[in-house]
Design a protein around this ligand. Structure first.
Ligand SMILES: NC(=O)c1ccc[n+]([C@@H]2O[C@H](COP(=O)([O-])OP(=O)(O)OC[C@H]3O[C@@H](n4cnc5c(N)ncnc54)[C@H](O)[C@@H]3O)[C@@H](O)[C@H]2O)c1
Length: 321
């Protein structure tokens, strides 16, 4: 009996299976309102869930914040799909992982940061989706191949690859070290090469797949102090367009999303004054959120974008048009 969808729900069931079903049903509520708890299990019967007033302590700060209607079936169109998101341990990658999980996909979380990867995997588990996490450094080809062997063993397929992991090592060219240049190139560019090459072997076997690469407004318009980063992100656009042409025969769509200024751990160190200056240059008048970017990615991996390939979707509030 459901008195008020956001207040109290009473269920009767026979044990663990029912509990898992209810957890699935309430996946979105549990994410939005982590204070919902199972009131009690009595003689293995689940008798209730309730929204508690205090939700503190059970939510990480960068979970998706906006609410989606659970009854909206367009949200469930990734059921039975398996998605790998690199760099999903924080920021934009975590938001993408959670949005795709909420849309029904099982998620492989990759991040070199094991704590972040595990946290994301736990959040996905709460959505009732299968998940694995790998702390593979995407810059190391042999390690990436090992990760893909494990994915194949576990899921026997890969439908979606989001090449999200990326780093900055900013500096003016005159002072930039060779190491700063190499580090950015090896993660932002070679990492995309490594993961995509392994992914297309799995995707082409099934004659279907979706690949989304994270580029950047910096790669489109240039940005002072980011010659390495801007170059890597411009290269990602070149790779996206080329792979869209190469992989169309396998029914694999390849697109890029180019975020503008998004509030994540990557941009957390930007001084307030610079943030204010940047926001003044954004026609929509605000910085972006990881969820703004996740929405664009969710569209690009859905069937709604079946006839879109080789495109760069800017997600920048009008910062670069
Ligand atoms: N935040 C922005 O304003 C912005 C703007 C444009 C583009 N982007 C791009 O979006 C993507 C996500 O950025 P974010 O802001 O969420 O950054 P973030 O730093 O919050 O997240 C990046 C994640 O990638 C992981 N990572 C780094 N190197 C890795 C490696 N070698 N192997 C595996 N994982 C690795 C990090 O541990 C981190 O969890 C990046 O590609 C970034 O370049 C971000």
């Amino acid at each position: 009996m459901l008195n008020n969808p956001l207040d109290v729900a009473i269920f009767q069931g026979n044990g663990e299976n029912e509990r898992m079903e209810i957890e699935k049903m309430f996946c979105n509520l549990l994410i939005e309102l982590p204070g919902i708890v199972f009131l009690a299990k009595e003689k293995q019967n689940i008798i209730g869930v309730m929204r508690m007033k205090s939700c503190e302590g059970s939510k990480t700060t960068d979970e998706p914040k906006d609410s989606k209607d659970e009854n909206d079936i367009s949200w469930m169109q990734l059921e039975n799909k398996v998605a790998l998101i690199t760099g999903a341990g924080s920021g934009i990658g975590r938001a993408i992982a959670l949005y795709l999980a909420k849309a029904g996909a099982d998620i492989v979380v990759n991040d070199i940061d094991s704590k972040g990867a595990e946290e994301t995997a736990q959040l996905i588990h709460r959505c009732g989706r299968e998940t694995l996490f790998y702390c593979t450094n995407i810059a190391v080809k042999a390690d990436v191949e090992e990760m893909f062997t494990a994915i194949e063993t576990k899921f026997e397929r890969l439908d979606i690859l989001v090449n999200n992991a990326g780093i900055t090592r900013d500096g003016f060219l005159l002072k930039m070290t060779e190491d700063q240049w190499d580090q950015v190139m090896v993660v932002n560019l070679k990492g995309v090469f490594n993961c995509t090459q392994s992914a297309i072997k799995l995707m082409s076997e099934r004659n279907s797949g979706k690949i989304v690469n994270l580029s950047s407004a910096s790669g489109q318009m240039g940005n002072i102090g980011q010659v390495n980063y801007a170059a890597s992100k411009a290269c990602v656009i070149g790779m996206t367009k080329t792979l869209a042409k190469e992989l169309a025969k396998f029914n694999i769509n390849v697109n890029a999303v180019a975020p503008g200024f998004i509030l994540t751990p990557m941009t957390a160190a930007v001084p307030e004054k610079v943030k204010d200056y940047l926001i003044k240059g954004i026609p929509l008048g605000r910085a972006g959120t990881p969820e703004d970017v996740a929405n664009a990615v969710r569209f690009l991996v859905s069937e709604e974008s079946a006839y879109i390939t080789g495109q760069v979707i800017a997600c920048n509030g009008g910062m670069y048009v």
